[in-house]
Design a protein around this ligand. Sequence first.
Ligand SMILES: *Cc1c(COP(=O)(O)O)cnc(C)c1O
Length: 378
Amino acid sequence: MQFIDLKAQYAALKTEMDSAIHAVLDHGQYIMGPEVAALEEEISAYLGVKHTITCANGTDALQLLYMAYGIGEGDAVFVPDITFIASVEPACMLGAVPVFCDVEPSAFNICPEGLERQVQAVVREGKYRPRAVIAVDFLGNPAQYDALQAIAQKYELLLIEDAAQSFGGDYQGKKCGALGNSAATSFFPAKPLGCYGDGGAVLTNDDGVADLCRSLRVHGKGASKYENTRIGMNSRLDTLQAAVLRVKLRALREYEMERRQEIAARYDAAFQQELQLLLVASGNRSAYAQYAILAKDHMEREKILTILNEDNIPNMVYYPIPQHDLPVYVKTNYYGELFTTATDYCSRTLSLPMHPYLNEATQDSIIKAVLLAVKYGK
Ligand SMILES: *Cc1c(COP(=O)(O)O)cnc(C)c1O
């Protein structure tokens, strides 16, 4: 059994995938070949955004955006206390300070009230300019954009969507990746749309931001590659990865996202009496990058993990440590926040196998093991 079964996906797509990869080998344009432009157009059409600028990975996509918006020294960047470090790390690289915000207790996305508390604390302190809020669609489930937009407007903050985990998800009729001022996503193999290596993209409706990102991803190029007008990066998506992603995007659109919904619904139905689950607000769709459950406390979580491991059922904890507790951030100002919800979540959560090729018999064996573990864990 696999936690995310990329081999089963390849088996399902093999004929098409092999010919897409061989087409690149045949034409030989390994950097910025025609598949890159074709993929960018297909992603823009699927998400309903004006510009897709692919790049080397999701972390770079965020960095390109932070650079395009001129985020750096003196800026405070607000980020949920539960996420992957890459959400805010590139802003720190550019000299900005991270300000962690607690999460809300239904989907464990950034808490709008917690965000406003932190923004006010930064304003009161007067040392940094509140500049941007990074809304992470946690595990694929969209953040509360209406409430976040209102706060962003009130305090003149940029609202940037970290859609690394939510490609294929929806928020109130819009696609994840099309929310906020601009968004970034990742094509790391385990993400809902993953390639066979590293990849990422900036997604935006802003022509100016798009132009800047296109320049920044190739050493700050101007009209030509050797007429550089700014300091940039080397962050392109390989043509081979673009070819892989075009095949996988079609599968995601045609059935994979539907399969994820069906599998999540089966898990939900089996667990809802026994366990706390993550709520997907009505009108939204999670991309289910992960399917997470919550034990009643840390002890019960550890017992469930032990039993799953004994049964060889793959499992992961996303995430074991809230951002504010990471060793790298020991000197960060927390503005008196206690991060109660984030800390509690990290001590109780675990994730189960979730991918579009999980068959019912396998899923039933996972469900059975979890329910038994919960029973013995009590
Ligand atoms: C994976 C991930 C990233 C970074 O993407 P990479 O492609 O691994 O650089 C950023 N933010 C979140 C929330 C992620 O899960």
